[in-house]
Design a binder for this molecule. Structure first.
Ligand code: 5RP
Length: 222
């Protein structure tokens, strides 16, 4: 199976996973990226069975609207029973690296609000140790060089993602060559650098369920 077919298979599996949660007052949390897009495209057929969604990016909000799904501001929503999103890497503890699409901060906010996080990913995203994928860090623009110097002290090789402005008006630094032994500690350490908005480690709040697309089928891990 191709990577796209594996992503489609986990999007199908995620629809089955969330169907029992759908009710007239349900507002779903929806992530960003190509796997999340496949999920959004399938969700359109169920749009009359739930209230709407909060999105982790302007791009996902637009795609949801195209599917006839109402998009709500997070501040106007009381509870988010489930958040569905992809990942760039995921380990056995369901800690993740996210933010390849530069949406990490809003993704982390919606994930924090959600009662359950369902990670949908093709098998190539499964790793023993996080860090082969460059860890994204969203920074306030004026702090970029300072934050980069601090990241070097932590052992990373930081590279400015040229030409990218996040939905929040900020910039992204990608940390290369940064194998992460303790994701929970490193997430907190990077977030403590002045000028960092957030980093792409999702470890303090990891996923609750992983739907992983493999050649043997979709594997479910909790
Ligand atoms: C965007 C993300 C995505 O979830 C992550 O990059 C995975 O994307 P894809 O499903 O396209 O592989 O964190 O900021």
């Amino acid at each position: 199976m191709t990577q796209d077919e594996l992503k489609a298979a986990v999007a199908d599996a995620a629809i089955k996973e969330i169907e029992p949660l759908l009710a007239k007052d349900t507002v779903l949390g929806i992530g960003t990226g190509s796997t999340a897009n496949l999920f959004i495209d399938r969700l359109g057929a169920l749009s009359d069975r739930f209230k709407g969604a909060v999105a982790s990016s302007e791009a996902s909000a637009e795609r949801l609207k195209q599917q006839g799904i109402e998009v709500f501001e997070l501040n106007s929503v009381g509870s988010v029973p489930v958040y569905i999103d992809g990942a760039d890497e995921v380990n056995d503890h369901l800690h993740m690296i996210k933010g390849g699409g530069a949406a990490l901060t809003r993704e982390k906010i919606v994930a924090a609000c959600a009662e359950r996080f369902i990670c949908i990913a093709d098998g190539s995203k499964r790793v023993d140790r996080l860090g082969a994928f460059p860890l994204p860090v969203e920074v306030i623009p004026m702090a970029r060089s300072y934050v980069a110097r601090e990241l070097v002290k932590l052992g990373a090789d930081p590279v400015y993602r040229q030409g990218v402005v996040t939905d929040n008006g900020n910039q992204i630094i990608d940390c290369f060559d940064f194998m992460i032994a303790d994701p929970v500690a490193m997430e907190a350490r990077i977030n403590a650098i002045v000028g960092v908005v957030t980093n792409g480690l999702f470890a303090a709040r990891g996923a609750d369920v992983l739907l992983l697309g493999t050649a043997e089928g979709v594997k479910r891990q909790t």
